[in-house]
Design a protein around this ligand. Structure first.
Ligand code: FE2
Length: 418
């Protein structure tokens, strides 16, 4: 972790800070149970709609075909559903053969560099310890497959489409440029047939404790904290690009991502331990306010701890879990995307059938914060180091066949803030 320049410092007494914030918010809200009721009422209409779709055997995830994004012909109903659900599956984002070729080239890349012999085990404990001699998440950032996908026109087209759901201008300020995207180099996942996995519980990324304690996040959620939930818009970009996560732990995100996402490199069946979300962006309001209720100790935020993803569980967030919705079957080249506040997780699986291979590629729009991090990444790219947000594993440093600066196209160069 070299990237401390923009990071917040974790308070020395986290419990005292939490208690102080809760006292302040309670004063501003006056009647916390009434606010929570209002939030629940709003969420219930979404949860009911999701449950109805599940009863009909459908996924609540909206789907859109890449061609319609490219041609600007996505219909109004689909656009409205993406906005309501905060997530989407993009079908045929890349041709099947292209995605399968990338999958194979990733294998060739790690094999040609004897990665199995070099692998030293998981470099972080962000999600607890997944003991394995072979990784599930490969700390590989600079392969040809990843870079070709990141700098492709198809990726830029989808990222711009996704950015456009956000309000880039508000409070008299332009917060980001939805037509510009910066690189956020992340890892790949390769999960072989026969895998047994406990999955990952429901959580959100993009900060945990920060969502209560960091001033910029308090601005993001200003309408909720000021007892004005009706005004709260999860798609308002105001202050999002000013949030800096704590300089602690091993996995943090230094950029503003409009959407997190991954691109499938294999067929992934919906009953094989896959991604689910609670597809309601405003559910974050419930997560934020629930700890202010009397039954939660003053220094607690319902299980939130520094250095960990924000957990959502049955004890505190039972109502939200009713909205849990699994992605539909994915084909190689399909991609999946979810709003940065969206609660998500990975279902457990026993004896997984088929592979489960993905490249994590999010949407990080044009703003100073994202540009600054992209420029830091350019240095890691040039030297084959792990990007600053990730554990300092640096496997690719000596790998001669990693992607090179001269292999970048115009999109790729721009994405590094050039
Ligand atoms: Fe996550």
């Amino acid at each position: 972790m070299n990237n401390t320049s923009t990071a917040q410092h974790l308070p020395t007494d986290v419990g005292a800070e939490i208690a102080a914030v809760k006292k302040d918010w309670r004063q501003r809200i006056h009647d916390v149970p009434a606010l929570l009721d209002q939030i629940v009422e709003h969420l219930e209409s979404d949860i009911d709609a999701i449950e109805r779709e599940h009863q009909q055997g459908k996924s609540a995830w909206p789907e859109v075909d890449f061609k319609d994004i490219e041609q600007g012909s996505v219909d109004e109903a689909t656009l409205a559903k993406i906005k309501r659900r905060g997530c989407v599956v993009v079908r045929n984002h890349f041709p099947v053969a292209q995605a399968q070729a990338w999958d194979q080239s990733l294998i060739d890349y790690v094999d040609s560099n004897n990665f199995d012999q070099q692998y030293r085990g998981p470099g972080d404990n962000f999600f607890g310890s997944l003991s394995a001699s072979k990784p599930e998440i490969y700390p590989i950032y600079w392969s040809g497959a990843q870079m070709e996908a990141r700098q492709s026109e198809r990726m830029a087209t989808v990222q711009c489409f996704l950015n456009s759901f956000w309000k880039a201008e508000s409070e008299g300020k332009t917060w980001f440029d939805p037509n510009v995207n910066y690189i956020y180099p992340d890892r790949v996942r390769r999960r072989p047939p026969g895998t047994n996995s406990n999955g990952l519980g429901p959580h959100t990324d993009a900060g945990s404790l920060e969502r209560w304690l960091v001033p910029a996040y308090q601005q993001v959620f200003r309408h909720i904290i000021n007892d004005n939930f009706a005004q709260y818009d999860p798609w308002d970009g105001a202050y999002r690009s000013e949030v800096n996560e704590y300089a602690c732990g091993t996995t943090r995100c230094s950029v503003f991502r409009t959407f997190q996402g991954w691109t499938a490199l294999s067929d992934i069946k919906r009953d094989q331990g896959v991604l689910f979300s609670i597809p309601i962006p405003a559910a974050m309001a419930y997560v934020l306010i629930r700890p202010l209720m009397e039954d939660v100790p003053d220094t607690s935020l319902c299980g939130v701890a520094p250095r960990q993803a924000l957990p959502v569980d049955a004890k505190w967030h039972d109502i939200l879990l009713r909205g849990k919705s699994t992605i539909p079957d994915m084909a190689p080249g399909d991609s999946v995307w979810w709003h940065c506040d969206l609660i998500h997780g990975v279902a457990p699986v026993k004896d997984q059938q088929g592979w489960g291979n993905v490249m994590y590629i999010p949407a990080a729009p044009g703003c100073e914060k994202n540009k600054r991090y992209a420029q830091q990444c350019a240095k890691s790219f040039a030297t084959g180091l792990s990007p600053d947000d990730f554990p300092e594993e640096h496997y690719e440093k000596e790998w001669g066949n990693r992607f090179r600066w001269e292999d970048l196209n115009a999109i790729g160069r721009q994405s590094f803030g050039e």
